[in-house]
Design a protein around this ligand. Sequence first.
Ligand code: ATP
Ligand code: MG
Length: 564
Amino acid sequence: MSAEDILKDDNKKSLNFIETIVETDLSEGKNDGRIQTRFPPEPNGYLHIGHSKAIAIDFGIARNYNGCCNLRFDDTNPIKEDVEYVDAIKEDIQWLGYDWANIYYASDYFPQLWDFAVQLIKEGKAYIDEQSAEDIAKQKGTPTQAGIESPFRNRPIEESLDLFQKMNEGALEEGSMVLRAKIDMASSNMHFRDPIIYRIINQPHHRTGTTWKAYPMYDFAHGQCDYFEGVTHSICTLEFVVHRPLYDWFIDQLATDEYRPHQYEFNRLNLTYTVMSKRKLLQLVQEQLVDGWDDPRMPTICGFRRRGYTPEAIHNFIDRIGYTKYDGINDISLLEYSIREDLNKRASRVSVVLDPIKLVLTNYPEDKTELMDAQNNPEDESAGSHKILFAKELYIERGDFMEDAPKKYFRLTPGNEVRLKNAYIVKCTGCKKDADGNILEVYAEYDDQTKSGMPESGRKVKGTIHWVATQDATDLEVRVYDRLFMVENPSEDERDFRDLMNPDSLKVLTGCKGESYIKGAQVQDKFQFQRIGYFCVDKDSTSDKLIFNRTVSLKDSWSKTKEK
Ligand code: ATP
Ligand code: MG
């Protein structure tokens, strides 16, 4: 199913609470039937899988209800922001299958926000506070105890206007003064206790350069930007519930008409065995604890992409977890289920041996070879088939042979029969060992009456193993990924998250042997390595060496399951 189809399919399912609100608003003719959303990332890092949940609702609502969704970069803090992130964010949104109606930047509204701040000062609703951030914080009070009013709270309006200008001239030190809204130091909502709305930052901005020294705070920018743009449904995550009254208060001071954007909040996506905060992800990158933002172990969208995830799998996962009004944590195994389900439908089956040992068929002619038929995808007839070369000497997995095997071992052990996938039934006759007892080669005899596709030989065998003919084999490197963290919820742990990293989250296997069919594979091509898992070609591959990432293992443990 394409991303488009999944989104259409979503429509048929029961509505989530945000869709219900949108449909009610439409039926009541609110905003003249106009639906407008925005996705507002701060360009201070790469997008992670959590963002894809916000993207899916913001862009999805617009797509499903003939509305529009704008991409708005919330670039009010020049210290952490960069164009590198702007470009990466655009790429990731498009990869997920969406397009924005317009691109805006909060910095586009700096002049309007400035004028609005000046208006508030003139109306006696904002003042310059020259106290330090620490002192201001100390006076905030507690939810049950009123805060203390600043000694600057009732300074003359002219003085505040004058100092506000100075804040933007570059002569003042960062932190020497701030602009605060004058609301209510006793409010039960802490955000109403004279929130800081402008601060000094003496660093160039990636878009506005050195024009500004005074920068608006998030709470003073977000709602107003929504209003300037005409947003109808401003959808965000639950931590903003407590900000909503302030969001509304600012817009009430600003609005000159009936129109109001409304904020709605849903539960953010948290995943087990990873961290999602951009600050922590940035630390992992900067301290080189991972190989960049797109390290396949990262929960970033580009990390999942490099690892071999598809947009469809991510959409399906988000669809399954849904949108609610209570926070929780989602099991990474549900995401893994979604990618398995998707790749099962689309990935070609190939034969790759990760840990090779030689199997010699002692009764197979020395110089004979055969081309066996290998179905590309048993789930999809139309995917066709390819040929795989069969010969006397094959590589098999070291783990598929055991000299002294327990009773229920259905793979190769002396006297036991297995089917070689797409080829013959063979009977194990023994092995050769070195002086230390290490197994060097395994021996078997094939039964020429049992070639796959031949009339039933009447004999059934319990195990099927995969193989690659030594003369057909191409060398591969395979990167096997595991959870990046050892604990389920590293963010809730008292220990430093970096101390909770899984030392075995990456295993590099060299000397793996693949059938020649995969030789021409391109970066991002996806395969099922039979009996092992789903893999995709990594960008580190070169023309003479393919490197694969393990996207996800096969669900079934491959010891007991009988191959289809
Ligand atoms: P962080 O706290 O990690 O820096 P953020 O919330 O500041 O993340 P933004 O770039 O500001 O990141 O987020 C853009 C949008 O994505 C916001 O609307 C935010 O609510 C939403 N978002 C961020 N993280 C998640 C998440 N884990 N699940 C769902 N939505 C999210
Ligand atoms: Mg944010």
